[in-house]
Write a protein that binds this ligand. Structure first.
Ligand code: FE2
Length: 383
């Protein structure tokens, strides 16, 4: 697969240095909620394969009649796996349309009412009116807005809450099954795939409605192979705690990976969630032992790796053995690796990332990575 073009044109579009007060101060990612066909089994997968721990449960036993939700946690990562209990239900419709995928990117805020007011007055469409949930552990205030496709952002204010997760959930208790954690720490970034010509409108949404900045831009010359291309802009919250790269397909000879996603997800949605670790060799070795499947780059990737990225702290052999990729920017370097899709549709996957100073996204790895993705696409008959 030749003809790959990588242009050295990262455009830093962070020109807005006006000192404005951040009208939407975000505390980070509160949780990610997935709508899935079988929440009980999905929760088991994240515990067994990724090392999350049982945290809380909501369902008929806790007074929630239409769904079952399992919250699992590892360090600052909280995932919620939710399924519909009946057919005539918006959750069931979502799963029928999209397969398993991310419904909610929930963001922590100090004031969920203000977050809703500030974003809706700038044009956001309401997903959830602000409302207070109370139980014996205190109060959580929730509100929500729509973003790309059927994906939504919830604003979660939990400063007056002491319980395991939120009202409506009960603690999972003390399960016998407690797999060891795998060193995954927090959400580094979440990438959205949007349709043709939809990247710039979505960038404008994050700028105007949520006060984000466009910190990096990759055009179709940066990210193209002989066969396919895409464009990407990275959006960052005012304080940098939340980063959302937005991809759209670009014209190529064949179907780009973003088009494949859009076809199988049946619309726009979350392409990958990147989870940070402080020891990627240990984390990836553990994940692989537990059955997580990763994209494989050719061994030749490592032949001139040190010439490309300079001196690194890690031994080369374990990186090569595990297929971990390395890239450097002018602030440091990063190590990263991408899983295969975690459901049967070629849609959502995960990235494991360790940052050693670098604040970028592995542009130097796009070539190797996209070739690996295209080999998988070709095997599915979708290239
Ligand atoms: Fe990423």
């Amino acid at each position: 697969m030749s003809g790959f073009k990588i242009m050295n044109t990262i455009t830093d579009t962070n020109t807005n240095s006006k000192t404005q007060t951040d009208f939407l101060p975000l505390e980070g990612t509160d949780h990610v909620e997935f709508y899935v066909g079988n929440a009980k089994q999905a929760a088991h997968y994240y515990m067994t394969a990724f090392g999350f721990q049982a945290l809380a449960y909501a369902g008929p036993e806790t007074g929630v009649k239409d769904r079952a939700s399992y919250a699992v946690r590892q360090n600052k990562l909280t995932f919620v796996l939710t399924t519909a209990l009946r057919t005539d239900n918006l959750i069931a419709d979502h799963i029928y349309k999209h397969g398993d995928g991310v419904k909610v990117l929930a963001l922590g805020v100090n004031d969920a009412i203000s977050a809703w007011e500030e974003t809706t007055k700038r044009g956001a469409k309401t997903y959830m009116q602000p409302h207070r949930l109370k139980d014996e552990n205190g109060e959580v205030v929730l509100s929500g807005i729509h973003t790309y496709g059927d994906t939504v952002h919830l604003f979660v204010e939990r400063k007056n809450y002491k319980g395991a997760f939120m009202p409506g959930y009960k603690p999972w208790g003390n399960p016998h099954f407690k797999p060891a954690d795998t060193g995954l720490l927090y959400v580094d970034h979440c990438v959205g795939n949007v349709g043709w010509n939809q990247m710039n409108p979505r960038v404008k949404f994050y700028e105007d409605v949520m006060g984000f900045r466009n910190i990096l831009t990759f055009d179709d010359k940066d990210i193209s192979t002989e066969y396919s291309a895409l464009m990407s802009k990275v959006m960052s919250s005012g304080n940098g705690y939340v980063k959302f790269p937005i991809n759209e397909p670009a014209e190529g000879k064949n179907k780009s990976q973003v088009e494949e996603y859009l076809e199988f997800y049946n619309g726009e949605g979350v392409q990958h969630v990147a989870m940070a670790t402080n020891d990627i060799v240990k984390t990836v070795a553990e994940l692989r032992n537990r059955g997580v499947e990763f994209l494989k780059v050719p061994n030749t990737y490592y032949d001139d790796l040190l010439d490309r990225v300079g001196r690194i702290d890690e031994d080369l052999e374990p990186l090569k053995e595990l297929g971990i990729l390395v890239d450097r920017d002018n602030e440091g370097y990063l190590l990263q690796l991408f899983s295969k899709p975690v459901e049967d549709r070629p849609t959502l996957f995960f990235e494991i990332i360790q940052r050693k100073g670098a604040k970028s996204f592995g542009k130097g790895n796009f070539k190797a990575l996209f070739e690996a993705i295209e080999r998988e696409q070709a095997a599915r008959g979708n290239l």
